[in-house]
Design a protein around this ligand. Structure first.
Ligand SMILES: Cc1ncc(COP(=O)(O)O)c(C=O)c1O
Length: 364
């Protein structure tokens, strides 16, 4: 038997995860000095100075294991959110929760429902368990088609993945629609509400207390976006204590590394950094909405720190390549199933202006 014969089709048939290109790789490949990356929805202001200070101070302690249960971090979250600490699970990025919940709840014969396009890990992690991933096309306005999703949920559904705002389109589900949707889900399905970009929404957020009380929703929030800590990997899940206890049984014991615990706990204190980050995004989105359509690049409504643009007359791949040559990384959306569209993350005002200048040269 070859080693590949040992790999079941549920794994060998999966598509690779396609991350945004690294700036240093593109700089080397293109022979460029500086590259601007606007492809992975990171925080253009970087981490909070408080987080940097706390992590720097913790460096000498790295010879020891950290806290396997992230207790200080979870307590700080509990205080801030006014939620019981046993409703909070710390994670190595919110990607970890997608994997853990898929492993815990799914198996062959069961299914998970999600939008297409949406965050690609939902489908791949569900399929890796042998379950079916039911991908429901988004509406014409690029939002979650909640009615169509509900129509696909059946007795074998264990997970419904919903990112709000939706990656890669930035579309938003209102508080009323979200509440109505969750109430229509059957008991056998857990709603995974992914709030990776919710901090950027300019619209009212739902009050989740009633939803959480039902025990059938799990809310994931990451420190990779508005907290500016994508590289350190930190996130938390708010969910029913029994569900969290079950996930605790098989997660990696030190899933949140020592630096991530310290950095994320410090970042929680820095309200000013959060507000500045949000402001930078709102200004960047307004700027792109003003500058891109006159270049023949239509933009679509977004509540996230990125904007969907397209259709691209010259083709999304061609635009992606032309920008790479000039030292800009954006995201063409083929791997998300939205061909001929691109997703652009908001950068600093200088980065945004440089991108618009490059686009002007390419498109006019
Ligand atoms: C919708 C959504 N959920 C989750 C994640 C994963 O974030 P993390 O860095 O916390 O694993 C991303 C990352 O881009 C995302 O877009």
């Amino acid at each position: 038997m070859k080693v590949t014969d040992l790999i079941p089709p549920r794994i060998s048939n999966l598509n690779d995860y396609v991350p945004g290109k690294l700036a240093e790789d593109v700089a080397e490949e293109m022979g460029l000095g500086a590259v601007i990356k606007l492809a992975s929805n990171e925080n253009c202001l970087g981490p909070s100075p408080l987080a940097i200070k706390a992590m720097t101070a913790a460096l000498t302690g790295l010879g020891r294991y950290g806290d396997a249960d992230s207790r200080r971090f979870r307590q700080a979250l509990a205080d801030k959110l006014k939620a019981p600490v046993n409703q909070i699970l710390a994670g190595n990025g919110s990607s970890e929760f997608i994997l853990l919940l898929s492993q815990a709840l799914l198996s062959p014969g069961l299914n998970a429902v999600m939008s297409r396009p949406s965050f690609t890990l939902y489908a791949s992690n569900a399929k890796a368990t042998g379950a079916e991933a039911i991908e429901v096309p988004v509406t014409k306005g690029y939002g979650h088609d909640l009615e169509a999703m509900l129509a696909k949920v059946d007795q074998r559904t264990r997970l419904v993945f919903l990112d709000n705002p939706l990656n890669p389109t930035g579309a938003w589900v209102t508080a009323e629609d979200l509440t109505a949707f969750s109430q229509k889900l059957p008991d056998n399905a857990l709603l995974f509400l992914d709030e990776a970009y919710t901090d950027y929404s300019r619209l009212p957020r739902p009050d989740y207390s009633a939803l959480l009380a039902t025990g059938r929703v799990a809310i994931a929030r990451t420190f990779s976006k508005n907290y500016g800590l994508a590289g350190i990997r930190a996130a938390y899940l708010l969910a029913n204590p029994d569900l969290i206890q079950a996930l605790n049984k098989f997660r990696q014991p030190f899933n949140l590394n020592l630096l991530a615990q310290v950095g994320a706990t410090a970042a929680l204190e820095d309200e000013e950094h959060l507000i500045n980050s949000q402001k930078a995004v709102w200004e960047g989105i307004d700027y792109f909405n003003a500058k891109l359509p006159p270049l023949g690049l239509p933009t679509h409504p977004t509540q996230a720190n990125f904007i969907l643009a397209g259709p691209v007359a010259m083709g999304a791949e061609a635009l992606d390549k032309a920008l790479l040559k000039k030292g800009f990384i954006i995201r063409s959306l083929n791997s998300f199933g939205l061909p001929n569209h691109v997703r652009i993350s908001v950068g600093t005002p200088a980065e945004n202006a440089a991108l618009v200048q490059a686009l002007t040269q390419i498109l006019s």
